[in-house]
Ligand binder design. Structure first.
Ligand SMILES: Cc1cc2nc3c(=O)[nH]c(=O)nc-3n(C[C@H](O)[C@H](O)[C@H](O)COP(=O)(O)OP(=O)(O)OC[C@H]3O[C@@H](n4cnc5c(N)ncnc54)[C@H](O)[C@@H]3O)c2cc1C
Length: 237
């Protein structure tokens, strides 16, 4: 529920398990529109897994969801990778954070995107999915799974996957190609037999993810987990 009366969020905040205060420790612009934010705090009891997200109270009546891209419980570190896409409350909140700011949050919750038993995984998304991809990388490597990251990104962000150390990445310009079924059908990941049985995790823009899912369903035997992170004209998801 991204928007609701203030009292509903007040009650939810009191009832859900809390995180100790998080303090902004470091900020890094990976491009003019993508920011890495490092928080420090007492995260010994942090419940962190692939797909963990935090609901940030970005206004009295607004909550926006962001993925924890990395966490180190012992050393008290938690990171996000955020898309500063415009004047939305979440984007503005993340843009205005300064080193030393303190943020009060509930414990992360987790979407179960990750299937440890899958032999091959394909993770697709855009700028909003970079944090999820970053959280996937160490476990995929540790468990010797075959994986590919596929992104659609604005030109100014095309170098970010490499900056984040993401391997096996293919980056496409965000120019509407993932809205065209015929174009998606021609992607090597769809055409080669190698990835026919893969697990596909589709996030980022709703319309792109839905188009990709239609093609996967029609042309492969893969399993799909779709979770759109944003949709044109819609506040929060
Ligand atoms: C489980 C989950 C995890 C997420 N993790 C991350 C994350 O780690 N990093 C991250 O950056 N985002 C992440 N998102 C996406 C983020 O919550 C949305 O982009 C959210 O809409 C941003 O809120 P806002 O207040 O800035 O904009 P809103 O008020 O929600 O929207 C204002 C306008 O901006 C548009 N808009 C929203 N997001 C984008 C965008 N990315 N690009 C272009 N236009 C946009 C909307 O369509 C709307 O027209 C996640 C979402 C979910 C559901």
């Amino acid at each position: 529920m991204p928007n609701a009366p203030k009292w509903i969020f007040d009650v939810a905040e009191r009832l859900l398990p809390k995180l100790p205060l998080m303090e902004v420790a470091h900020l890094e612009l990976l491009s003019p529109s993508v920011r890495k934010i490092r928080f420090s705090g007492d995260f010994r009891n942090l419940n962190y897994k692939v797909g963990s997200y935090i609901d940030f109270r970005v206004g009295e009546k607004e909550v926006r969801r962001y993925t924890a891209s990395y966490a180190d419980n012992k050393n008290g570190i938690l990171e996000l990778i955020v898309h500063l896409h415009g004047e939305g409350s979440g984007s503005k909140f993340m843009k205005n954070l300064k080193v030393g700011d303190k943020v009060d949050n509930n414990q992360p919750r987790t979407y179960r995107y990750y299937d440890e038993s899958a032999e091959k995984l394909v993770i697709f998304g855009d700028e909003t999915s970079l944090g999820l991809a970053r959280s996937f990388l160490p476990v995929l490597k540790k468990n010797n799974q075959k994986f590919k990251f596929i992104f659609e990104l604005d030109d100014e962000n095309k170098a970010i996957p490499e900056l984040l150390g993401l391997e096996n990445c293919i980056v496409f310009p965000k120019k509407g190609s993932f809205r065209k079924e015929e174009w998606v059908s021609e992607l090597p990941i769809i055409k080669t037999l190698d990835w026919q049985e893969a697990n596909f995790v589709l996030t980022g823009n709703v319309k792109s993810a839905q188009t990709f899912r239609r093609v996967i369903k029609a042309k492969t035997n893969g399993n799909v987990y779709l979770h759109g992170y944003w949709l044109e004209g819609k506040n929060g998801l």
